[in-house]
Design a protein. Structure first.
Length: 287
């Protein structure tokens, strides 16, 4: 949110760099990052979408092969195409955003010629007439210096386990090699569990943000007594969903006790949820 904040006058490069570092540090970092960035690039706020594209381009420059491999999949490319397509968000995306998205995809066809799906996606846009001519890539775009490359192994973050694994692998005893295999499997399982926790947290916080935003909009109409029957049903559904999210946030908070930053994000989401539910009760009481 900070890296794509449209309310500040200039890009927050320090925050963008920290985002890149987080992508590099997490096993599933590229996958999570691209899901979040796709959501921001599709934002109806032009400034937020443009900032998200800057973050995306910086990640391409800083986050290495794992990120490149994930961004070159149709799963992510289709999210970019939706911004351009009149069947999806192209009907209300600004021309500036669509121009930048086109420029980004075209630049990837130049810099990643081996990625067939990127080439196919761009050619499809041209065949459908969504892209009429190749954009000219700007020569004056300045990005910050690259952040450190991702570590080669998850063992690099734990020196003791790394040394133990190296010693076990050098051994000629079958039991040591079996122990090495068990160690590798346990570390991979631990990383997968961490990734699953991050996924649950990211999804829950995003859902809270989206639900609270929509509830605020509907409550404003409710206060003016301008809410249609269909919107009243939507408001009730949002209320029920928000109430179900509260115990989920409590569970996530208990999982994140050791991670101060994650815990702060969850508590902030809980504050948003509590505020929205309080405003709902206040609005209903006033009516």
């Amino acid at each position: 949110d900070e890296a794509t904040d449209p309310s500040i006058s200039e890009e927050n490069w320090d925050c963008i760099q920290r985002f890149c570092e987080q992508v590099n540090a997490d096993t599933e970092g590229p996958w999570f990052a691209l899901r979040l960035l796709a959501h921001k690039i599709q934002s109806p706020q032009e400034g937020e979408a443009l900032r998200a594209l800057t973050v995306l381009e910086t990640c391409v420059n800083n986050c290495g092969d794992r990120f490149h491999s994930e961004m070159a999949k149709f799963r992510f490319l289709n999210e970019l195409i939706k911004v351009l397509s009149p069947k999806y968000y192209g009907i209300w995306s600004s021309e500036k955003v669509k121009s930048r998205v086109t420029e980004v995809i075209f630049s990837w066809t130049v810099w990643f010629p081996q990625e067939v799906k990127i080439q196919d996606a761009y050619q499809m846009l041209k065949k459908q007439g969504i892209v009429k001519e190749d954009p000219k890539l700007p020569q004056d775009k300045i990005l910050p210096p690259p952040s450190p490359r991702p570590q080669n192994s998850i063992f690099d973050t734990d020196e003791e386990k790394s040394k133990l694994l190296a010693r076990l692998l050098k051994s000629s005893h079958p039991e040591d090699l079996q122990a090495a295999n068990r160690l590798i499997q346990s570390v991979i399982k631990e990383e997968q569990e961490k990734s699953a926790q991050v996924a649950r947290r990211v999804n829950a916080i995003r859902e809270v943000s989206e639900n609270v935003k929509r509830m605020d909009e509907l409550l404003e109409s409710y206060r003016r007594q301008e809410l249609s029957p269909a919107d009243q049903e939507t408001l009730q559904a949002l209320l029920q969903r928000c109430e179900r999210l509260r115990p989920l946030l409590f569970r996530l908070a208990s999982e994140a006790v050791a991670d101060e930053e994650a815990l702060a994000e969850i508590l902030q989401a809980n504050d948003k949820l509590s505020r929205a539910l309080g405003q709902y009760r206040q609005a209903v009481a006033s009516q």
